[in-house]
Design a protein around this ligand. Structure first.
Ligand code: SAM
Length: 243
């Protein structure tokens, strides 16, 4: 399981490059956004082992309308495990190694490890190693030139869905929000918050906006909508910091 960073080819570590070069079969799960495919293609062209193969695994559809979110994700994960199991069994020889290239770092909002764990729990004869990557959260902090926490403080990483449903978490001064298609920060403009926002981090289209949430929220919403319409997709992450 190889973390490849969140968009900047320079963020791919030497450890990741070594692992890519030692892989017989690269399993590709989703086609993903254009830039994601381009980065993957570039990495494999430059660092892939001679004769390596790329095997596409068709992702089962997820029931996005399901009322019970966690349950729907579990069902989906299990269907993915079936598809991955078939692909590994038919494409990978006993002495061969396969790799899953993971956007950013595999430890953050990525199900690769959980699906492989399910295969191991089912008794499949495979083991895996995780190679960390630079996450979009690290890229966000670096591009804004900020630490994520303040002295001795806690940081919470959460999703736009949770922020919208639960509001700001108690007792946390710094909150990183990912997977927010809905600009959930819009509902918090009355709070004394700073926002550090970044989209397409590490790519040529990178966008950065920071400031008092009350003052820049509308600017971010407009910039996000314009970029999304122009490119057809967007990935953005932000830090909310209580003043
Ligand atoms: C499925 S999660 C994967 C996170 C990834 N494993 C990581 O370490 O960054 C996708 C979310 O990551 C964030 N993200 C990933 N790449 C990004 C980028 N280049 N710029 C801004 N946000 C990004 C966005 O919040 C997006 O909704």
């Amino acid at each position: 399981v190889i973390g490849i960073g969140a968009g900047d080819p320079e963020h791919v570590t030497r450890q990741a490059i070594g692992a890519i070069g030692a892989t017989d079969v690269v399993f590709v799960i989703e086609k993903g956004a254009e830039d994601l495919v381009a980065l993957r293609r570039e990495l494999l062209a430059t660092h892939g082992a001679p004769g390596h193969r790329v095997v596409e695994i068709t992702d089962p559809r997820r029931d996005r309308g399901a009322a019970r979110y966690a349950e729907a994700v579990e069902v989906w994960r299990s269907a993915r495990a079936d598809a991955w199991s078939d692909a590994i069994a038919s494409e990978l020889g006993p002495e061969q190694s396969g790799a899953f290239l993971v956007w950013g770092d595999p430890s953050l909002y990525d199900s690769t490890i959980a699906v492989l764990d399910e295969l191991v729990a089912r008794g499949e004869p495979l083991g895996y190693e995780v190679i960390p990557g630079i996450s979009s959260v690290s890229a966000l902090a670096a591009r804004h030139g900020i630490p994520l926490n303040r002295i001795g403080g806690a940081v919470q990483i959460t999703t736009g869905r949770r922020l919208a449903a639960d509001g700001l978490p108690d007792g946390v001064e710094d909150i990183v929000v990912m997977l927010d298609a809905d600009c959930s920060f819009r509902h918090l403009t009355e709070e004394p918050l700073e926002i550090y926002w970044g989209a397409y981090l590490g790519t040529a289209d990178e966008m950065l906006i920071a400031g008092s949430l009350r003052e820049v929220a509308a600017e971010i919403v407009a910039a996000r909508a314009e970029a999304r319409a122009r490119k057809g997709w967007i990935m953005d992450t932000y830090l909310l910091r209580r003043r």
